[in-house]
Design a protein around this ligand. Structure first.
Ligand code: AMP
Ligand code: TRP
Length: 340
């Protein structure tokens, strides 16, 4: 359908942007929901991946720990296959236009809109002390991240879909009020693995901050740890390996199996039709996860020895991104009639 030139132009106009908070333990939910897609799509678009350290500040953080986790998370993403020759991997606060555009967008969005964000409700309820303003305006910063770079596609897990809808809404409102400045992005959510649940409790989303060593499989977990966590996973009564809403434990395990193997639900169920029980499913998942994660852990162990190299990747990417971020912010300022 496309000639060569058209194909190149079409490719160039696809801009992929996504972000991850550099806090807690990166787990298989992050990997199958987001990171795996980022790595796989690197050849067909312009790719930008952001360590959202400013988002991390919306809940209390220890500065010394956060500083180390930013570099560690960057190292993990490189180990997982983010290639600096194909993608820009950088730290949010290194490009100050994220903060600047957030202000302008917060003068476009409404409090009512932000009140409807389910993640804010969950996170603010979990907060023991006071709830920070930044936790409430978090989705506006996320919209700024995306809109700064004329992003067309945002690969994320299911939980972020509502924030992308808000981003589109802010962009539409802005364009309607001040003229066409923003490109409308869309969320891309994987067919399997978009919402992996806790292994200790399949009714709760697998999360970086949930306590308990049997909750999540970390991307960098050693094989023994993976085995312990998966074998201890909560299942349901019965033995049949079939995914449905009455069996959240088995459904979650099947989901992990599907995300790791690329099989569909019916293929996965057919594969386990003669299994003797949930133990068979768990054992197979252990083997697949160990093999999937092993190269990442090995590469991480190499890369982690040289933090200077990782820092250089991050700084170079930020430098390359600044002109676009500046141009968008200047266009926004002109459209809104501010500045001298
Ligand atoms: P976060 O851990 O909130 O920084 O999320 C980083 C990325 O991982 C986002 O695209 C999330 O949608 C995705 N993600 C987080 N938790 C899960 C999960 N349990 N299942 C699938 N995707 C997830
Ligand atoms: N809010 C996202 C999360 O917690 C992280 C994020 C911040 C993000 N900015 C983004 C994801 C922009 C996609 C695009 O998972």
């Amino acid at each position: 359908m496309f000639g060569n030139l058209e194909r190149k132009t079409a490719m160039r106009s696809k801009v992929v942007f996504s972000g991850i908070q550099p806090t807690g333990t990166i787990h298989i939910g992050n990997y199958f929901g987001a990171i795996k897609q980022w790595v796989a799509g690197q050849d067909d678009a312009e790719n930008i991946f952001c360590l959202v350290d400013m988002h991390a500040l919306t809940v209390p953080q220890d500065p010394a720990v956060l500083a180390v986790q930013i570099i560690d998370t960057a190292t993990l993403l490189l180990a997982a296959g983010i290639d600096p020759a194909k993608s820009r991997l950088y730290v949010q606060s290194d490009v100050r236009e994220h903060a600047e555009l957030t202000w302008y967008l917060s003068c476009v969005g409404s409090v009512g809109q932000l009140n409807r964000m389910t993640q804010f409700k969950e996170k603010s309820e979990a907060q023991k002390g006071e709830v920070r303003v930044g936790l409430f305006t978090y989705p506006v910063l996320m919209a700024a991240d995306i809109l700064l770079y004329r992003t067309t596609h945002v690969p994320v897990g299911e939980d972020q879909k509502q924030h992308i809808e808000l981003t589109r809404d802010l962009a539409l409102r802005f364009n309607a009020t001040y003229g066409e400045v923003f490109v409308l992005p869309e969320a891309t959510v994987p067919a399997a693995g978009a919402r992996i649940m806790g292994l200790d409790d399949p009714t709760k989303k697998m999360s970086k901050s949930a306590p308990g060593s049997y909750h999540a499989v970390g991307v960098l977990d050693a094989p023994d740890q993976i085995r312990k966590t998966v074998m201890a996973a909560q299942t349901d009564s019965g033995r049949e390996i079939r995914g449905d809403s009455t069996r959240p434990g088995v459904t979650n395990l099947l989901g992990i199996y599907m995300a790791a193997t690329g099989r569909t639900q019916s293929e996965a169920e057919a594969h386990f039709a003669n299994a003797r029980g949930y133990g068979d499913l768990k054992k197979e998942i252990v083997d697949i996860l160990v093999e999937t994660l092993r190269p990442i852990r090995e590469r991480y162990d190499e890369l982690v020895r040289d933090r200077a190299v990782v820092r250089e990747v991050l700084q170079r990417a930020a430098e390359q991104l600044r002109p676009t971020a500046r141009a968008t912010t200047d266009a926004v300022k002109r459209a809104m009639g501010v500045g001298s």
